[in-house]
Structure formats: structure tokens, C-alpha cells
Design a protein around this ligand. Structure first.
Ligand SMILES: [Zn+2]
Length: 426
């Protein structure tokens, strides 16, 4: 089987004879040809795409000494041409392939520089149309990476020749080269003049100038070394385009110039923080005034003699109190319960509605729908577990806690919870 990409990385179309076929999953066929310009998935690089006759190539894999092309038989309503001995016209998706060649050659330049400058090796490489990462077995700082990136671009601009060949054993013995991992079969070397010599089986560009540019777009510490994400040439341009569109969109939304976005977003974040703080303060003020109004009425009822309970020894009102909050954040529960306990000596319970519609509990006599509530029930020195037990028995409430403080969540209507809890002596 002839690897056409091996001798000519620029071969875009060719004719080949089918030598083997077997059925794949989901209406696909795996087709082996006597020769191919399709680069299979190898060395961390995604397979080439393209067409065999009118059928799209979904994947290319090396197996049993052959290169198999997975073709999509659903894509065209034509008769199946894939039979042994048939001649097929094949076209590689050149846009995608050339981008891979730019990216892959860029990797050689950068890894060569990392190796010659710091002695680290590329121990992991991933290249697809969506992602590109290189893993090095040593740490590099942002400044060091930036300097390497600049040097890579100087080499690209210098337009150095890139050569791939199969050296003889004698020649190989005299050469020092980088090797990513053990490779089966004869060793193929790729040389970037004056920069790097590395064993590799993939297609590369002829001159470094064709790489266009090399840009690091991110890096992170990884397995004791560093993982670098990068783009070259057309893919770098596509990345630049995507970032420009994003900046344009953001600057339209915020009505500021792109160069002022940093300050504008910082200001927004600060404003948002202040608003959230103000909102909590307002929520608390409302809760406090509701509790205070209720306590005022309860105190008056005792003074007027319309309530049969007497004040507790410490002057607090000797009764239980349940407060429903339908428009607050669950973070106010603690505050609400503390404010209630300051005025009421009985069991106090705060319920905050956290979801509008919970499961249907069938207890909806007053017409207010079931909702999800977060609750906190407390009584200093008391035992509030009977309250939680009732909620669990009646509505399947979840939660727990010590005798004098239980919390959790429950799904039921406000009216049905109120009716249940009013039955319990405070
Ligand atoms: Zn390579």
C-alpha cells in the first residue's frame, strides 16, 4: 500500500483501486485502497476528511497493515462502488489538511525550540480541527513561553526549508534527532533547517513561511510540566476572527469601545456586587419590619387581654411563630429566625420559597399552588423535632439537625403547611 502523503504532502486528488471492504456501524463502509493521500489518525493528529467518489470520508484508520477509509453510505443515493478491483476517484479536504500541515509544522518549530532551549520533550500532542495542545515534561513560565513564541515566529518569517526523508541506517547512526515515541517500520525524519530534526510520519509544509504564524492561546501546568494550546496560520486567523466578533458584540452590548471593555466589565462586576449587597440589606429590613409588626400586635393582644398567653419570663412573647417569605433569598433564613427568636420564646419557623412549582401534593384548598420551600425551625432550649416530623410525615420533607434547630426543604402549598404547623403546640 502506497502512502501518497508521505512523498507529496500537497497531493489533493488521486485515483486508487479498492483492495478490501467491510461493513461498519450506522450505514458506513470501511474501504482499503492500493494507495492513498488520506493521512490516517496517527501520532495525536485527527484523520483527514474528504471524498471517495461522492461519498464523504468520516474517519481514516491504520489496521492490519492497511489504511481504512470509513465512508458514509447514507450521504449519497448512488449505487455502492466499493467492490474489490474498482477504481475510485478520491479527493482530500484540502482546506482542513493544509491547516493541519500548518499546525503540525508549527508544533515542530516550537517543540524544537523548547528542546534546544530547555531540554524538555513534547510528550503529548493533540491536533484536530477544534483543538491543538502540546505537553512538555518540564515547567515553563509565561515569560519563557512568550519568548519561545516570538522565536518561533522569527523562524517562520525566515522561511526555512522543511525536508522529510527516510535515512539509511548508516546515516541515522550519525544523527541526533528528537523522537516522540517508538514508531513501527522505517524511521522518517523531518528536518527544519538549523532548527530541528525529529522523527515523524505526518504531512508538513515545504517552507516555514507557509505556517503563517504561531500563537499560544493558553497554557496550564500539567502532569509536572506544561500543556500549551496554540494556533497557526489560517486557524490562528479563524481564532482571531472569533475573538474580534466577541469583542465587537460585547462592546455593542456595553456601548463602549473594545479597548475600554476591561474597565467597563470591572465596573459592572463592582456595581453588581453592590446591588446584591443592597438587595440583601433591603430584604432584611422588610423581614424585620414584618416580624416587628406581628410582635407588636401580639404584645397588644396580651395587654388588651384578648390573648390568653402571658409574656415569657424574659419578656418575650410566649408563642410559636411561622413566617413565610415568598420573595427572598434562602440566605436570609438565619437572619429571619434570629429576629423572630429575639421577640418570641416559642418555636419559630421561617420558610423561604425557592421554587415556584414543586411536585403536586394534592393539598391545595386555598388555590395557592405547591412550591418548594427551604425552612429553618428553632427554639432555644426547646425540642423542635416534632415540627420536622410532621412536615416529613405529611409532605415528605427532607432535612435534619439537633433538637433545638432543624433545617431542610419541603414541597407543599403555603396554606397546607400553615394549617399543619398551627396544630402543633408552640
Ligand atoms: Zn511532524
Amino acid at each position: 500500500m502506497e502512502r501518497l502523503y508521505d512523498v507529496d504532502a500537497y497531493k489533493k486528488a488521486f485515483s486508487a483501486v479498492v483492495v478490501d471492504v467491510y461493513g461498519g456501524e450506522h450505514a458506513t463502509l470501511w474501504v482499503a485502497l492500493d494507495k492513498t493521500a488520506f493521512f490516517p489518525e496517527q501520532g495525536g493528529q485527527e484523520a483527514d476528511r474528504g471524498y471517495l467518489d461522492e461519498f464523504s470520508v468520516l474517519d481514516v484508520q491504520v489496521k492490519y497493515g492497511k489504511i481504512w477509509h470509513q465512508v458514509d453510505m447514507m450521504s449519497e443515493p448512488l449505487a455502492n462502488p466499493f467492490h474489490e478491483g474498482n477504481c475510485i476517484y478520491c479527493v482530500v479536504d484540502w482546506e482542513n489538511r493544509f491547516r493541519n500541515m500548518q499546525m503540525h509544522t508549527g508544533e515542530h518549530i516550537f517543540s524544537g525550540l523548547v528542546h534546544s532551549t530547555y531540554g524538555y520533550d513534547n510528550v503529548g500532542f493533540h491536533l484536530s480541527s477544534r483543538t491543538a495542545t502540546m505537553d512538555y515534561n518540564g515547567k515553563l513560565t509565561g515569560d519563557q513561553l512568550h519568548e519561545l513564541e516570538m522565536e518561533a515566529n522569527r523562524i517562520i518569517a525566515a522561511n526555512r526549508p522543511v525536508r522529510a526523508w527516510y535515512p539509511t541506517e548508516d546515516e541515522l547512526a550519525t544523527l541526533t534527532y528528537r523522537s516522540k515515541k517508538e514508531i513501527d517500520g522505517p524511521l522518517r525524519l523531518v528536518e527544519i533547517e538549523g532548527v530541528d530534526l525529529c522523527a515523524c510520519c505526518a504531512p508538513h509544509v515545504r517552507l516555514t513561511g507557509e505556517v503563517g504564524c504561531f500563537k499560544i492561546i493558553g497554557w496550564e501546568n500539567y502532569k509536572g510540566g506544561v500543556r500549551v494550546s496554540y494556533r497557526c496560520g489560517f486557524r490562528a486567523m479563524e481564532d482571531y476572527d472569533a475573538r474580534l466578533s466577541l469583542l465587537t458584540k460585547l462592546s455593542q452590548v456595553l456601548s463602549v469601545k473594545p479597548e475600554e471593555l476591561g474597565d467597563a466589565v470591572e465596573k459592572l462586576a463592582e456595581e453588581r456586587k453592590k446591588l446584591a449587597y443592597d438587595l440583601v440589606a433591603k430584604e432584611r429590613a422588610i423581614i424585620r419590619s414584618r416580624i416587628e409588626a406581628m410582635a407588636e400586635a401580639d404584645r397588644k393582644a396580651v395587654t388588651d387581654g384578648t390573648a390568653d398567653n402571658k409574656p415569657a419570663d424574659d419578656g418575650r412573647i410566649a408563642k410559636a411563630f411561622v413566617l413565610f417569605l415568598t420573595d427572598a433569598d434562602a440566605s436570609v433564613l438565619r437572619y429571619a429566625v434570629d429576629e423572630m427568636k429575639a421577640r418570641y420564646a416559642g418555636t419559630v419557623c421561617a420558610m423561604v420559597r425557592i421554587g415556584a412549582d414543586g411536585a403536586k401534593d394534592g393539598t391545595n384548598p386555598e388555590g395557592d399552588g405547591p412550591a418548594v420551600w427551604r425552612y429553618l425551625i428553632e427554639q432555644d432550649g426547646g425540642d423542635v423535632r416534632p415540627w420536622q416530623q410532621k412536615l416529613r410525615e405529611q409532605f415528605g420533607a427532607k432535612g435534619g439537625g439537633p433538637n433545638n434547630s432543624v433545617q431542610g426543604s419541603v414541597t407543599a402549598s403555603e396554606a397546607s403547611i400553615r394549617a399543619l404547623l398551627e396544630e402543633i403546640p408552640g
